[in-house]
Design a protein around this ligand. Structure first.
Ligand code: SAH
Ligand code: SF4
Ligand code: F3S
Length: 479
């Protein structure tokens, strides 16, 4: 669940939100810089950490060089992602030394997120420059941990999975700018795919109560969010406590209630597991116009043998059936997936089954990764690890097949009229960029004052990762 494009957009939005909040505050006592890695859940968490620290006088900055506190919000999903934290800490340590030499103020270095959870105290042993370590379920305790770190850093470690949810302790209101926002509704994972660290870093699967989710969604809509992406590692396994104490609500029921919120024009959710794609949720795609016709539904592999070894507990045919039902309910639905190549024991035949599935389904986009053995996971103990060259070669072939599907999908959009939510300036003057229902970035000549509006766009060009077009109703530009 780490689509980089989505992540970049969301991060930019969070950044703009904080910048504008900065403008409205008079005294800038302390500066906070948060660097975010990993999935959208980390993006959401980074925003909430900034909300939590704002009352303590921390204003955000993108520049670590002017920060009093830097938080690295880390990801442990693959080895490369996890190692970044140590090179970042090295740079921050040098920055602190330079600053000390100049007689400047101190710099507190905090490591949050999934590496913090997985490695805990080991981080401070390996990187003594780190002052504070906090896991993804304990960051509501940051104010107390910062105070402790300033007293004595050895004590500033919190990787508990507290019984009381962090959500009960975060500020009720949070900032948003722009037209799209993330909303975490579910945390953790009980699926235990054999390659994956998430069940260990994020803990057991829990759903936030319906009342809390609806209140946060209303708050976000009140601040101008027209599109909300509901987040969870297995978001479609959502089963939140009902407002009236009745049976827990499913994601389908939650989506229907969210669709009633005035101003909320678009609802998305990510990431889903094929096993939890039940008939009510599939039917909701046909019934609720607010539910966008785009679904990220990772399959990981097209080979039943590998899916079994991964403990995915579904076959490639189960996946095909879910897709067929979704397409019956919402014929224009576009699909996305994650794939892992080079899982232990993956034969050329297994890999070919993945390529075949990609061609057969025709994904609008997809993410693909080389298998990376992660400490403590069952797959890391499996024999038959594949040589790096084989993984690289398969990844290149898979990416070519995915790119071909994406090219076809984008080209099929040319000539169509798509509603686009414009929310940021384009590269050229006079241009805005927005998002299509299918998650494309769409560029068009649109006056800046129409940013934040959903406008019909005639698509006239397709690019590998975006579309170009012009307003269907030129009168709108003059409005
Ligand atoms: N909860 C989501 C995905 C979480 S992680 C789901 O079930 O689909 C995001 C993606 O990272 C996964 O879908 C998988 O494709 C990839 N991934 C996870 N662990 C990995 C590993 N050890 N090596 C390579 N890729 C991995
Ligand atoms: Fe990881 Fe599997 Fe859980 Fe997704 S469903 S977070 S891949 S264990
Ligand atoms: Fe990475 Fe943690 Fe998300 S491991 S993908 S940041 S849940």
């Amino acid at each position: 669940m780490c689509p980089p494009r989505v992540r970049k957009r969301a991060w930019n939005q969070a950044r703009r939100a904080r910048r504008s909040a900065q403008g409205s505050r008079l005294s800038l006592a302390k500066k906070l810089c948060i660097k975010t890695y990993g999935c959208q859940m980390n993006v959401y968490d980074s925003g909430r950490m900034a909300d939590l620290l704002a009352p303590l006088g921390y204003d955000t900055t993108e520049d670590a060089a002017e920060a009093d506190l830097v938080i690295l919000n880390t990801c442990h999903i693959r080895e490369k992602a996890a190692e970044k934290v140590y090179s970042d800490v090295g740079r921050l340590r040098d920055l602190r030394a330079e600053r000390n030499a100049r007689g400047g103020g101190g710099l507190t270095i905090a490591v949050a997120g999934c590496v913090a959870q997985a490695e805990g105290a080991e981080i401070m042993r390996r990187a003594p420059a780190v002052d504070l370590v906090v896991g993804p379920q304990a960051y509501h305790r940051l104010p107390e941990l910062i105070a402790r770190a300033h007293r004595s850093k050895g004590e500033a470690l919190d990787t508990d999975f507290p019984v009381d949810s962090k959500f009960d302790h975060l500020p009720q209101q949070h900032r948003v700018e722009g037209s799209a926002a993330f909303l975490t509704i579910q945390e953790g994972c009980d699926k235990f795919c054999t390659f994956c660290v998430v069940p260990y870093t994020r803990g057991a699967e829990t759903s936030r109560p319906v009342g809390a989710v609806l209140a946060e969604a209303r708050h976000l809509a009140g601040l101008g969010a027209q599109e909300i992406t509901l987040l969870g590692q297995n978001v479609n396994a959502y089963h939140g406590e009902a407002p009236d104490g009745g049976a827990p609500w499913s994601l389908a029921r939650l989506a229907a209630a969210l669709a009633e919120i005035p101003g909320l024009a678009r609802i998305r959710y990510t990431t889903s597991h094929p096993r939890d794609m039940d008939d009510t949720l599939i039917a909701a795609h046909g019934r609720l116009p607010q539910l966008m016709p785009f679904l990220h539904l990772p399959v990981q592999s097209g080979s039943d043998r590998i899916l079994d070894q991964m403990n995915r507990r579904h076959t490639a045919d189960d996946y095909r059936q879910v897709i067929a039902k979704l397409r019956a309910a919402r014929p224009d639905i576009a699909l996305s997936s994650d794939f892992i190549v080079g899982f232990p024991g993956e034969s050329e035949r297994d890999f070919q089954a993945t390529l075949d599935l990609v061609t057969e389904i025709g994904f609008a986009q997809a993410y693909s990764f080389k298998y990376s053995p992660r400490p403590g996971t069952p797959a890391s103990m499996m024999a038959d690890s594949l040589p790096e060259e084989v993984k690289s070669e398969r990844l290149a072939r898979l990416q070519a097949a995915i790119a071909e599907g994406q090219r076809r999908f984008n080209e099929a959009c040319v000539g169509r009229i798509l509603p686009v939510l414009f929310d940021r300036p384009g590269r050229r003057p006079g241009q805005l960029v927005g998002r299509s229902p299918y998650m494309h970035a769409v560029h068009a000549e649109v006056p800046a004052h129409l940013s934040g509006r959903i406008l019909d766009v005639v698509i006239d060009s397709a690019h590998p990762n975006s579309l170009g077009g012009h307003l269907a109703d030129p009168a709108e530009a003059a409005a």
